[in-house]
Design a protein around this ligand. Sequence first.
Ligand code: AKB
Length: 341
Amino acid sequence: MGRFVPDVDYRNRFARDRAFRKMTRVLITGAFGQIGTELAAALGARYGSDNMLATGRSLPDGGSPEGLPFEPLDVTDADAVLQTVKRHRIDVIYHLAAVLSARGEKDPRMTWQVNMDGLRNVLEAARRATVAQVFWPSSIAAFGPDTPRDAVPQDTIMRPTTIYGVTKVAGELLCDYYLQKYGLDVRGVRYPGVISSAAPPGGGTTDYAVEMFHAALERGRYTCFVREDCVLPLIYMPDCTRAALGLMDADTSRLTHRNGFNISAMTFSAGELAAEIRKHVPGFVCDYAPDERQAIADTWPRTLDDSAARAEWDWQPEYDLPRMAADMLARLREHQRRTAG
Ligand code: AKB
């Protein structure tokens, strides 16, 4: 029997029809990571908790986000990935399990296994189990020192110098390959550094932008591992979630690209972030002691041209630096109050 390839009608119905979505079964890998924690909650609200399967290597102390059904899953185990997708009759996969840039430099082999073998296992399982859609995030780390630093075009030189960046470029190409060869509807954006309140990042170069908030509230002081004038593109978690859902909902007929969409939200230096936090936390002191992560940051863009995402699926960020900082601090203070009380 021929393979079922979801056609345009299926995808459009899937994207627009709420009742149809409630019959959609969604798998998320890396469900307890920085992006996964909040994206899993948003997906649970959208598709219904019973239709979700949150996976990760183990259940964190706080339990599954929003109490979503959980199963352990090692994405480097191809058979386990395929069996999980088949057993749960998964329709859509959000594949977020990954090793980030700074940690990746400490163990390139493991980074390749998790990021590349993991992606291939997910795409292959999706193809074999006729999954309708896959979301896989790329990153600004896919660019390198030969890329223009400002207004980076959608299609440009991509020669990253970190193993994480190499897996992001290769991953974008692999996703396009599965689309062209097998008709697998796999979509993705190049995320800037993500700022989140619910779950911390781990092992990234842009982690300072989250650590600074926590340190400001807990100690009133932070030693930042990039320079005061280090400028990088960043995005706040609610925009990060909206980007994933917006692209997955996009009408296929409008998409010229499918993977590796540049998305832009905010750009600021570490010093500008510290100054913004100081408006809410008077007396906050930020010192700067750049380490090896500065060298990674120096190879990444400052600003991105995201006109393709705006034109093809109406991408529009909602948070700038002042709005993000106010919301982030309010959420962290609320969390502090709840855990103290
Ligand atoms: C990292 O710093 O490694 C990530 C990223 C920009 O992809 N946050």
